[in-house]
Design a binder for this molecule. Structure first.
Ligand code: AGP
Length: 619
């Protein structure tokens, strides 16, 4: 996915757009560019391959001043990262420019048609067909009505797209349009100035008053405000919302990377996701935005969890929570698989999407499947006002604050807590969770933020993880093993390592070792195990011994008070002993820190790993 920022007002647009793009760089960083109407009325473009810093250097070298501008930071879909493929793209007469997030699925057909009508293409991108289509409609049949031309052009596009258009002949407006699930489009309201962006952090410094555009909606944005309509031209009114994030939480503070900040602020994010949801007086969970009626909860025959990546691994933990506490069958599926396998869905099912961004195209498509099948749909989601939060019957906000690092950390632990809250809620509604056990879990949850804070503080003030990174950053392969409720934590730990350090790592259920993976073990293949003193502890200890017997090195996430494992494993990453249901939420933290330190020791780009983007809004 890509990042879009636009500004129209009386102030200098260049610094506003560049700062906004900086806040969105996590969405894609293959190239960046901006178009600005300069003070002489000329439409100037600046574009560079690579990171935003390259564009900033270009703008420093070739400054341009004006008060209307649009900018873009790209994650390449069609056409390799290059200056010529960087947005904005321009019409043949140079008057109209477009930036886009998403994908034009019918771009080849459109490109061939336009080329046959004499249009020449200066790039390999799908985006360029959009600006030529607008140009064509503008000059043929729209009587130079820009809004109509954009509407007609967008009407020809297939696939998810969010675009912002500027025309030199209409310097008083920006036009935005959203098709499908192409990542957010946020309109920001200033004082006699307006903003448009893909995500809130880009404009949070300037305004907290926003409106979220949805599928098949358009906006004509002038300095004074915005007029909304649907693609058919029918006027619309969009609800204006107040964002309560503080700007600081979107900045790095005294941390070196966003990921580091987001790992170490999990004590706070866990506090925020719990806030207002533990009702000790009535010994119950409060989930008012879930909108799940008791009779629907009681009639549930199945819960399906759909998600991608790290969020999928959270779902695997959620299966344990919900099946144990609510005694209802849970299926966890990759959203990208669920959406195409014609799933059996019914009104007696609840489909839960876990998604930090709320914009992951596969997860949104899976929700569409579930909704069409009549299921009750819910989202466990972090991004306020995102598509997933809006299309579901109910939602549970993670309240983890903006997660900028591409590798998800605090959103993962927040989603685990929210899944546990959901499981307790369902258990109580369905009468499968005794009051005493519920009270115990509420108490354990109330202790969690403090325990997390202590664990993280010990890790940050010590040198254990830097020492492990110093020792292990040179290895090329790792095996991660877990069992029971912490098996998904092994999967997540492996994903963290591979996605930011580029070291190959595979997560596996420990019980499967004898069925193949143990053949891999030797001194060149370290094994990370999650071996807490729970119901499968003895099994994990025997796995550790089997690895050691084959000269494998073992790094163990283990309880700090566990003396026995100290004699078995080579290295210990300590966590406090807690209720089994709470243990995964803490057990993942050492693996987050290990991955972070390994990536740093290897000099990799922790916040913007190669080939990745924070939210995958195209297939
Ligand atoms: C997590 O570290 C990855 N960046 C990725 O797997 C992510 O979890 C996945 O793309 C799902 O994103 P979502 O939670 O925003 O839907």
């Amino acid at each position: 996915m890509c990042g879009i920022v636009g500004y129209i007002g009386a102030r200098a647009a260049t610094p506003i757009v560049l700062h906004g793009l900086k806040q969105l760089e996590y969405r894609g960083y293959d190239s960046a560019g901006m178009a600005i109407l300069d003070t002489d009325g000329n439409l100037q473009i600046r574009r560079e391959e690579g990171k935003l810093a390259n564009l900033e250097r270009l703008v420093d070298a070739e400054p341009v001043n004006g008060s209307v501008a649009i900018g873009h930071t790209r994650w390449a879909t069609h056409g390799p990262p290059s200056q010529r493929n960087a947005h904005p793209h321009r019409s043949p007469d140079g008057n109209i420019v477009v930036v886009q997030n998403g994908i034009v699925e019918n771009f080849l057909e459109l490109r061939n048609r336009l080329q046959g009508q004499g249009y020449e293409f200066a790039s390999d991108t799908d985006t360029e067909v959009i600006v030529h289509l607008i140009h064509q409609h503008y000059h043929n049949g729209s009587n130079a009505d820009l809004t109509l031309a954009v509407r007609r052009a967008v009407g020809e596009l297939q696939g998810p797209s969010a675009i912002v258009v500027f025309d030199k002949a209409h310097p008083d407006r920006l036009i935005a349009a959203r098709l499908g699930n192409a990542g957010g489009v946020v309109v920001g309201y200033g004082d006699d100035e307006m903003y448009i962006a893909s995500d809130i952090p880009a404009i949070l410094q300037h305004t907290r008053r926003v409106a979220f555009m949805e599928n098949r909606q358009m906006a004509v944005i002038t300095q004074q405000g915005a007029q909304f309509m649907d693609i058919e031209g029918q006027p619309l009114t969009l609800k204006e919302m107040e964002i309560d994030w503080d700007a600081e939480s979107a900045e790095k503070g005294d941390f070196e990377h966003y990921m580091q900040k987001e790992i170490y602020e999990q004590g706070r994010s866990l506090t925020d996701t719990l806030r207002g949801r533990l009702n000790f007086a009535q010994n119950r969970i409060e989930l008012d935005t879930l909108n799940l009626k008791p009779d629907v909860a009681q009639a549930l025959e199945k819960v399906t969890i759909v998600a991608c990546g790290t969020s999928y691994f959270a779902g695997l933990v959620g299966k344990f929570f919900i099946e144990q506490l609510a005694r209802v069958s849970v299926e966890v599926d990759y959203a990208s698989e669920y959406r195409y396998r014609q799933p059996l869905v019914s009104a007696r099912q609840m489909v839960v999407a876990i998604t930090q961004s709320g914009e992951t195209v596969d997860t949104l498509a899976a929700l569409e499947e579930a909704r069409n099948g009549g299921a009750f749909t819910a989202a466990i989601v972090n991004a306020i006002g995102s598509q997933a939060a809006r299309v579901c019957d109910g939602h549970i906000y993670m309240h983890a604050g903006p997660e900028i690092g591409v590798a998800s950390t605090k959103a993962f632990t927040a989603s685990l807590v929210d899944l546990l809250l959901l499981a307790i809620y369902l258990g109580q509604e369905r009468g499968t969770l005794p009051a005493a056990e519920a009270a115990h879990l509420l108490h354990e949850l109330s202790r969690l933020p403090g325990l997390a804070g202590e664990l993280l503080e010990d890790a940050r003030s010590g040198h254990l993880y830097q020492q492990l990174a110093e020792r292990f950053h040179i290895y090329h392969n790792f095996l991660y093993l877990g069992r029971g409720i912490n098996y998904p934590i092994a999967l997540e730990g492996a994903l963290k390592l591979k996605e930011i350090s580029y070291i190959h790592a595979e997560g596996y259920p420990a019980g499967e070792m004898k069925h193949g993976p143990i053949a891999l073990i030797d001194e060149e293949m370290p094994t990370v195990v999650v071996a807490l003193k729970d119901r499968v502890y003895d099994k994990m200890i025997s796995q550790v011994e089997q690895v050691k017997a084959r000269k494998g090195l073992v790094l163990a996430v283990a309880n700090a008070d566990d003396q026995y494992i100290q004699s078995k494993a080579d290295f210990i990453m300590p966590v406090p002993a807690v209720h089994e249901m709470i243990s995964p939420i803490l057990a993942v933290m050492p693996l987050q820190i290990l991955a972070y330190e390994m990536a740093c020791r290897r000099g990799e780009d922790v916040d913007q790993p190669r080939n990745l983007a924070k939210s995958v809004t195209v297939e």
